[in-house]
Write a protein that binds this ligand. Sequence first.
Ligand SMILES: Nc1ncnc2c1ncn2[C@@H]1O[C@H](COP(=O)(O)OP(=O)(O)OP(=O)(O)O)[C@@H](O)[C@H]1O
Ligand SMILES: [Mg+2]
Length: 467
Amino acid sequence: MDSEEILKFADNLVFAKTGKHLDNVQEAILIGAWQGQKYPKIAEEAHCSEGHARDVASELWKILSDVLGEAVNKSNFKSTLKRQQFSIVSSHYWKDTVQIGNVNICPETLQSINFTKTRSPSPPENTESQIRQDLRDAPDISSFYGRTSELATLQQWIVHDRTRLVAILGISGIGKTNLALHLLPQIQHQFEYVIWRSLGTSPTLHNTLKSLIKFLSNLPETELPASTDELLSLLIDKLRSHRCLIILDDVQTILSSGQIAGNYRPEYENYSTLFKRIGETCHNSCLIVNSWESPREIVALNRENTRVHTLRLDGLGAAAGEILREKGLLEPEKWETLINTYRGNPLWLKIVAAMIQELFGGRVAEFLKYDTLFLGDELKARLQQQCDRLSELEKQVMCCIANEIEPVAISQFLENVQLSPDDLFNVLPSLGNRALIEKEEQDNQALFSLSPVLRQFVKTEYCREGR
Ligand SMILES: Nc1ncnc2c1ncn2[C@@H]1O[C@H](COP(=O)(O)OP(=O)(O)OP(=O)(O)O)[C@@H](O)[C@H]1O
Ligand SMILES: [Mg+2]
């Protein structure tokens, strides 16, 4: 253990007991004691009198003795801490708190200390009959190709790293719902409860919580708390006492249009508390959020919290060929062009494949001869739904990119669009959050472009209005 680890460890113990963090004098005492220093030297380091250092130390040893359940003093502090270190390493993997002496501490708070990274093997799995499932809201399972690395990543996060909140993000049709559906059989045995809910009908947080708790607690509606805050606290209790997996699909429906990505519709702001509490509170459960864009709390939590992760879904790549095969397309040697043009988006490919099948009898080369991009009403309607959500500034930037043949650099945007750098620096990440723009690095500068499908759509639908 180095000084930082000792202080972090002791700080957690003291905080658990007193609700206060270590001050400078206490820190100097602990480091001094670890290094075998005498009180005059410790007082010098702490810039205080020896008498004061002794008084603070005596109070500190008392707190640590209470917490650890054994007498701690300056001479045995080092050996006591080393012994406690060993007992934490051998504590059980799945407990939501680690017992140290007389206090329970969330393992999360100890994460910066190296020794907590050692973990015992995964817990025993639940059998089919032990898992309580509510998948009424989940769509039927359909064919599934590729996504091997995404499944492995999700499994690693959820089963091994005990991630509390995972956001699966991506443009409509990229396969978020399908991925979550196919993930379930691989991880559900780790959980006691598995619940799938779609926010497609924009339920209020109150109703979502009620429906989750009714299933988790088996309580009749009349016995549920009346306030949303109480319902949320009850949910968090359940997530602590049972290992639950909750999937919330179609989360973009509670997020607003006409603003930068990640903001909530006015009456849905309180979902932010749900995400924050699930991401920050100590529990054993996991919430998976499927959305076109990341709610702003999840962006922030993802930055700061090791138990919150985001998976951005790209296209299927070569595995999308299996979709074309399933749709009866011919000439596999031409499929790569089709897959690249439609960016491996399974839904887009299904739509174009159906048209190629109908008009060209599945002959891909014949369709490609026309050198045109087929969107069709269904795809246009899908794209419209997503692009209508954009703010005015986002639409302007999209048009600016669509009108350029080559990818656009930040300096070009500032010349071509009436935007301040500040606005642009908000808009570009927002469009990235919505997975509507593509970014590449060239000659040490970032360049932005649109996929062929979006370029055509934006040009015809949005750029006519003089943007
Ligand atoms: N890996 C895959 N293999 C084969 N088909 C897939 C795959 N992923 C998605 N699909 C198919 O593509 C279509 C769109 O997938 P899905 O509904 O999961 O997308 P989504 O990202 O959830 O879209 P939305 O955001 O609109 O809900 C579905 O017909 C689905 O069966
Ligand atoms: Mg979906």
